[in-house]
Design a protein around this ligand. Structure first.
Ligand SMILES: Cc1ncc(COP(=O)(O)O)c(C=O)c1O
Length: 385
């Protein structure tokens, strides 16, 4: 199978990830922090190591501010619902995945918040000035994506961070790094990001069921309300959930096997020479796709073609062809995996004029090759004719 669906979840994972997960299950396997025996303390040590590695990876100042979550949606929900209060104003954009759009829309529909959804410019990038124009004295949260999952276009999150900080002390800045974590270098403190949400299972190479929310140093330890209370392995004499991070926002046994995979994924990126190497590789493949497909008038390509603003995801449509049918032919006849449709980002497709049928998203990853991209192009050309 040629797997060009890495924007959904990465495949394959590096061999080190599979090995680390199996080794953890077979040799450690205890419940972290729950008992004093060596399997439990070993598991706790691995979880702490992963917190440290993630925090360092994204420029976090304190590993205890790295909260493990189920996925990126879970981290975004934790951030959004933990931050806003009745009457607050929130700014987001049309480039968002439903994991930001839906919780905010529901709150707006319930009359809990007022919401501004900013349009990007046509190449698929939101503009710092447009976001700043929407700021009001009631703005509590700015929640938006680092990189569109439909267009693969990178947004200027650091510039916006500077502008927001210069304008206000009270706005919380939440960035969804689902498509950039592990691909685009990001130092959250330098970029003035307060809350960074990301999955483990995409470009950080961990299995599904992994993700995290990192809380920036500017926010107080109790800035986010918790909504998941329970056992943390800590002081069980207290009738209440612990007030300290990370346990404040974590309750119950964590996904230790997934976290073992996540730790191995981050180490793998380090061994490859860092995030820059991953980005360079993805751009090489996406360049091949852009060059070949934009030379053929039967294909329409969406978003910028400027590689310096892109990760390895490209949305296209084919003249007179149905996206879902094309994806099915690619799967059945060519053994190629891509994703058709709306990609959980309906507002983006409305903006592009591709709603409700969407586009065909080609998303190569670190293990994809230029030869595979050539085969994908050949298959698409055959389908187009
Ligand atoms: C931009 C963006 N945000 C959030 C998510 C949600 O991620 P998860 O599936 O890990 O919840 C995705 C998933 O594709 C995404 O692309």
């Amino acid at each position: 199978m040629i797997y060009f669906d890495n924007a959904a979840t990465s495949y394959p994972k590096p061999p080190e990830v599979y090995e680390a997960m199996l080794k953890f299950m077979q040799e450690l396997g205890g419940n972290p922090g729950r008992s004093g025996h060596r399997m439990a303390t070993g598991a706790e040590g691995m979880v702490s190591e992963c917190r440290n590695a993630l925090s360092k990876f994204f420029g976090g100042k304190d590993p205890n501010r790295c909260i493990f979550t189920l996925n990126c949606s879970d981290a975004l929900n934790m951030a959004i619902k933990g931050t806003v209060n009745r009457g607050d104003h929130v700014i987001t954009t049309v480039l968002e995945h439903n994991s930001i759009s839906r919780p905010l829309q529901q709150m707006a529909d319930d009359g809990f918040i007022t919401l501004t959804r900013v349009d990007p410019e046509i190449q698929g990038e939101w503009q710092v000035d447009e976001i700043m124009k929407s700021v009001t004295p009631k703005t509590k949260l700015v929640a938006l994506t680092h990189c569109s999952n439909v267009l693969g276009v990178i947004n200027p999150v650091a510039e916006l961070g500077m502008a927001l900080r210069a304008a206000s002390d009270t706005i919380t800045y939440l960035v969804d790094a689902a498509q950039s974590a592990g691909v685009v270098p990001l130092d959250m403190e330098a970029a003035q990001i307060d809350l960074l949400a990301f999955p483990g299972h995409k470009a950080l190479f961990a299995p599904t069921g992994t993700g995290a929310l990192i809380i920036g140093s500017r926010l107080k330890e109790n800035a986010l309300r918790f909504w998941r209370e329970g056992g943390t392995g800590g002081d069980s004499t207290s009738p209440h959930h612990p007030a300290e991070l990370p346990h404040r926002l974590e309750g119950g046994t964590p996904n230790t096997m997934g976290i073992a995979g996540l730790l191995a994924g981050i180490r793998f990126i380090g061994k490859q020479g860092g995030v820059e190497k991953v980005l360079e590789h993805e751009r090489k493949i996406v360049k091949h796709l852009i060059d070949a497909l934009s030379a053929d008038t039967r294909f329409t390509l969406y978003g910028t073609k400027d590689l310096s603003k892109k990760v390895g995801a490209l949305s296209i449509t084919i003249k007179d062809r149905d996206n879902a049918e094309t994806a099915s032919i690619l799967d059945q006849a060519f053994s190629i995996a891509v994703r058709p449709g709306l990609h959980c980002a309906p507002y983006t497709h409305k903006h592009l004029g591709t709603f409700p049928t969407g586009t065909l998203r080609l998303s190569p990853g670190y293990f994809s090759t230029v030869e595979e991209a050539a085969e994908v192009v050949k298959a698409l050309q055959e389908i187009a004719s």
